[in-house]
Structure formats: C-alpha cells, structure tokens
Design a protein around this ligand. Sequence first.
Ligand SMILES: *Cc1c(COP(=O)(O)O)cnc(C)c1O
Length: 394
Amino acid sequence: MSAVMTGYGNAKLITGNGIPTEVSSPNATVIDFRSDTVTKPNNEMRTAMMNADVGDDVYGEDPTVNELQKLGAQLMGKEAALFVPSGTMSNLIALLTHCKLRGSEAIVGDESHILHYEQTGAAQRINLRSVKTFADGTLDLEEVKKKIRNSKDAHQSHSVLLCVENTHNRCGGRIVPQKWIVKAGQLARENNMKFHLDGARIFNAAVALDVLVSELVEPFDSVSVCLSKGLGAPVGSLLIGTKHFIEEAHRCRKALGGGMRQAGILAAAGILSLAKGPTRLAQDHIFTKQLAVTAQEVGKGVVEVDLDTVETNMVMLKVEPISGATPNSIVKRFAESTEKEVHAIGQDIRLLAYPMTETNIRIVVHCSNTPEDIKLAQDKLGYVFDEIKQSNAV
Ligand SMILES: *Cc1c(COP(=O)(O)O)cnc(C)c1O
C-alpha cells in the first residue's frame, strides 16, 4: 500500500502546471522526463485538428472519429474500436463491460496501472483480485489458477476477466514476453474468462520487437491503447475488440459521461498519432538507452540501473540506500541548480523525473526530447551524482 502512496502526490512536490515552482529563471532549460503524457501536439496535428470534419459522435456521426476508430481496429487486427477520453476510462469501460453481471470480478496484477493509478474505479462496481507481478511484467499463473473462482458456490464472486499490462509501467516499461501472454490467454480461455490488455504503450513493445502490433494483441479479447502518450496526440485512447463488445462499450461510455460530441477535433490528432507515431518511437528507445548507460556509469554508488531491463522508453533508477539519498531528494535536486553547477555545465539545466516508488525514480523519454536534451540531461546526471558522492565522502 505504501508504494501507492508515493505516487503522483510526490511529483507535486516539484511541479505546478508542469514546471517546478523553483524554475523561475528564464535561462533555465527544463527537460521533462516525468512521463510521455507531457507531449504537446505538433503543428501538423494542430492543422489537422483545425480542419477536421466533425459531427455528433454520440450519434456515431463524426466522420473523423469514425475514421480513427476504423484505423485503430485495422492496426490491431480486430473488428471495432471506440474513441475514449483517456486510458483510465478505456480500462474502466473494458472491465465494466466484460464484468457486467453483478458479482463478477477481474484478476489483475498487483503492480498494474488498473490497481495503482485509476482510483480502482472498477472496484467501485466489481471486485478486483490481485496476483503477484514478476519483474518482467508477467503474473504468477499458478496464483491466477488458485484465485480463479467460477464455481456455482453462492459464497463466491465469479472470475470472468484476466488483465495484463504491456509494456509494463511500474516494471519500468518492460515488454511482457509474448510466449507467456499466449499461455495466460489459454488459461483464461480454459476457464471461460475474457482476456484484456492494458496496452497503453503496446506500440512501444511492437516497435522494440519489430513486430506488427496486431501480432502482439492477437490473444486478447479487448485492448486499450493510449494515443496521448508516446504517440503524441493531446488527448484520447482507443478501446478495441469485437463489434459486439464495442457496441456494449459504447453504451457504457455514455453512462460514464464519455460521449464527446464533435470529438473529430481530437480524433484528427489521433489519426496522425497512429499514422506517424509508432515508427518514431524507435528514436525514444535509442535516447532512453543512451540515458540509461550514462546513469549506470556516472550513478555508481548512488543509483543502480539494470541495463538489461531497459527495453522501451523508460529507465528506472534504483536509489542505493547507502548513498543517503532518496528518490524524493534526488528528484528535487534534479529540478534545481546551483551557481557552481551552471558554471561547470555551462547551462542551467532542470530535469523533471518521477519518484515512482520508495526506491525507484522513473525517467520517461518522449517525442518532445531532442538529441541536445539528452546530452544536457547526461551532463546533469553526472553533475548531481558526483555532488551526492562528494557530500558522502566528507
Ligand atoms: C497512462 C496509462 C493508463 C491511463 O491513461 P490515462 O490516459 O492517463 O488515463 C493506463 N494504463 C497504463 C499502463 C498507463 O501507463
């Protein structure tokens, strides 16, 4: 539970409107690695938004939304898709739609986004049962087997859904092995359960593995994907599945207040994010690896970086307790600078990162980061870690 409490609350320590309050210096360069949600729509997107053909999407009459949904379904190799305001609503609709009979429950990983960062919204209607998550984002299938409840016993709720996350956020953007996903899907099917993917960053996995995203999502009955993260759209997610499932999801979206009327304005950006976003992600992954290698080298004694786990656009810095520093203290220091430091680096650099757990700092690379940002970030990491090491030496 304590890990949950160190969530977004801590990020607020250093941010107001996305910029640390301390950064009042007009000369400071702010490099934002808190999340890939911070990306802003580019000019091409803004132009497409301005020119979008629109209609009332609650009536299914917005041509741009319809085009986006068609494109999303096509890319995923599924029948239909639904445009929704957020990944959180997308997961919520999926869970409520699959678990529509009263007394049903979904099995989720104990490190899943659904459990940690969505106010467990689904749990306000259905039961969520959590199972152990391993470091690679897989779940303990033996535990899943033990926890599935589908007897007629009136004492028990009914397990009807198994959820998986790929790439796995709290595991540091890990790509969940497809072999395991196929096995988990078989287990779900054998038990008459549906299989849902929280694929907020599934395109990162597809690009890193150099496979079609449709291959990765093939075992799933439903998929949620964020357009607003690394793909670069300002708003929105897609929920994808069979035609029947999406019809029901459409009803559910309305009940949750997610019917957005002339949403083609947003969908126009979404279409570009799907058309151009995925191939571009490869660049984020290259930058991420560069940062990870630097952090591992210059951070020795302060943070530990396991390069083998850096697979997509995230790096986890595991803070060494012996350093005397904590994720919070380091993140705070990243966002500040000193005169001495500005002199040494030659610039006032402020890094924003996210103290994700009691031990880990998360760095997320995205399409707003330039090669110059990465170089400056490397300088900053080197400087701050040296400073921490020196303060321990005296
Ligand atoms: C970001 C994220 C979501 C939720 O997306 P929002 O659009 O922020 O609501 C869901 N699952 C995972 C794994 C995420 O990273």
